[in-house]
Design a protein around this ligand. Structure first.
Ligand code: ZN
Length: 394
């Protein structure tokens, strides 16, 4: 058994994924804190906040913290509860009230420039924090690039909002998180592409701008890997581009997955345009992505409400059926709203073992990781190796 795992929380239609690496880095991909969700009568909610607090280490400010928060795109179902449950502002201003409220601190934030468009209230709060951090990179403030002030932009920035910040582009391979290099995690950035960001700004469709990445967790001996492929609410056009560009540059290793998060909460938009009635033919590129790149015993996870055979979209019943058809025989389709049962969903946990990735719910309830406290250190920004960037700044 290794220490690495991926935990996908049941948050109805929305995304909240905790990634833990062998060297105790905690990465949160999107958040939807369902403790105070707007829809209490639908199902018994899993208390995401309580669970995070029970797992996350505490820093020198007395705050629970994550090393990295990746915002796929600034929609409500990907950042619900951020304002209430996460700390924003200068790290040293973390108060007793923040501590009592267990407000979570974030060492480093990844976001695209789409955060500066029209966004929901929680995303506005993220934007304020992003601006605070961004401005540190342009000032002579001595805390530039220090713990809990870090920010990296993902994707093309035609408005030059992030000129002085570290930035990552499609085809970058990142192994540098929260100010340190790790050999137990690498994140291959697939998207958003420049075109998707421009289209997103022009149409106001934030889904197009979703951050798409393969997260690769590695075992202590580096022999085993857990591959999570995740792309927020990107549709079949973005995924087709990801597949085409990656194959064109012979980088197929970054398309393989042990866990694939069904795009846009199992929406038909992964397979064709909506509405389904007018566009019933699934895109070949999407079908191939699922069937070719799923590893043995892979999981296809719909982060959504239970999937009922009705007209809803998402989650969309025919999309679920299509995924099931496209998955390799040993693959399995799971829905967070139905696991282990529809009455009381629990997180889906995928652990990295000495024989590869396996689904398991065997983690102790109160898994506490003790971790050396971090002070505010000056950091030397280490850009990802430009030699790994195959697509230029697309
Ligand atoms: Zn969504």
């Amino acid at each position: 058994m290794t220490n690495a795992y991926v935990k996908i929380y049941p948050v109805l239609n929305g995304t909240c994924i905790l990634v833990h690496t062998e060297d105790d880095q905690f990465i949160l991909i999107d958040c939807k804190i369902t403790r105070d969700s707007e829809d209490p009568n639908n199902q018994v909610f899993f208390d995401v906040k309580d669970d995070l607090i029970s797992i996350l280490p505490t820093n020198s400010y007395g705050a629970p913290y994550v090393d990295l928060f990746v915002l796929s795109h600034p929609d409500q179902d990907h950042c619900h509860g951020f304002e209430n449950h996460f700390y924003t502002g200068k790290p040293s201003n973390y108060t007793k009230t923040d501590k009592e409220g267990h407000r979570i601190m974030i060492n480093e934030i990844w976001t695209s420039k789409i955060i500066y468009g029209e966004v929901c209230k929680d995303a506005e709060c993220i934007r304020t924090e992003v601006s605070r951090r961004r401005d540190l990179y342009t000032s002579s403030d001595h805390r530039i690039g220090t713990d809990y002030n870090r920010l990296s932009m993902v994707g093309y920035d035609d408005d030059q909002e992030f000129t002085d910040c570290p930035s990552y582009y499609p085809s970058d391979l990142v192994s540098y998180v929260a100010g340190k290099q790790t050999s137990y995690l690498s994140v291959f950035i697939h998207g958003p592409f420049k075109k998707s960001l421009i289209d997103s700004s022009a149409t106001g469709d934030r889904n197009l701008a979703s951050v798409i990445a393969q997260y690769q967790l590695t075992s202590p001996d580096h022999n085993e890997k857990l591959l999570l492929l995740e792309g927020g609410d990107a549709d079949h056009y973005q995924w087709a581009m990801v597949k085409e560009k990656t194959e064109e540059h012979s980088r197929e290793e970054y398309l393989y997955f042990d866990v694939f998060l069904a795009a846009h909460h199992c929406s038909w938009s992964f397979y064709n345009n909506r509405p389904y009635n007018e566009n019933k033919d699934p895109a070949v590129s999407s079908r191939d992505l699922v069937s070719i790149y799923g590893k043995p015993n892979c999981l296809l996870v719909s982060s959504s409400k239970e999937i009922i055979d009705d007209e809803n979209n998402p989650p969309h019943y025919p999309a679920k059926q299509q995924y099931a058809k496209d998955l390799i025989a040993s693959g399995k389709f799971l829905c967070t709203g139905e696991t282990p049962n529809r009455a009381e969903p629990k997180p889906i946990i995928i652990e990295l073992t000495n024989t590869g990735a396996v689904q398991g719910n065997n983690l102790p309830d109160k898994k506490k990781i003790s971790k050396a406290e971090k002070g505010e250190k000056q950091f030397a920004y280490l850009a990802s190796n430009p030699g790994t960037r195959a697509f230029g700044c697309e």
